[in-house]
Design a protein around this ligand. Sequence first.
Ligand SMILES: [Zn+2]
Length: 213
Amino acid sequence: MAELRETSGTVPGKVILDHTIPKQEYEGLRLKAGQTVRVIDIEGEQVMDTVTLDANDPTEHSSMPWSNFLNRSWRLRKGHVIYSIRCNPMFKIVEDTVGVNYSGSGFCTAESNHTRYGVPHTRNCGDNLAAALAKFGIPRYLCAESGEFAIFMNVGFDPDGTCEIRPPKSKAGDYMDLEAQMDVTLALSVCPQERNPCNNFRAKPMRVIVYQR
Ligand SMILES: [Zn+2]
């Protein structure tokens, strides 16, 4: 694991951006087709929520239903592709040192936190992702819950029907590389959740590196 921590910051290409997003914060990125974004879990057990849009047409967004069906998997990992609502490839997962991610749609919101925990006005991924897209003038209603891909989020689907959020399997230095298959706008939220095991009850920062092979 010490080796992972040292190598996760070394990318196979030219670095275009290297940025640490503080805990509970967000970032909006534009990537050209062929560029790759590496998402690094700096401390471990932290989830990065993402929604992807076509950079040239923000009405075309990522679709987890189609991504699951076209990959024939509900646990997207290395080798799988994130597809759009029009079934166009948006990202290819070219590396994933964890292999446990969530593609069942939905992100935490102020409303869901209020319903679940009785606490109003909490930091949440819905607001973060909307703010990331606002940077590019994209309105909130184009930030679709069905487009949400949660990197390192661990949701159990048990044979008895139980479906619940569990602590991430990611350790310090684990990372995922997503290679853009079209020009994209990528909204990122370092999930602020501290009231359930999503981030094992403690929000932490994450690092993103954009590179060109
Ligand atoms: Zn969240």
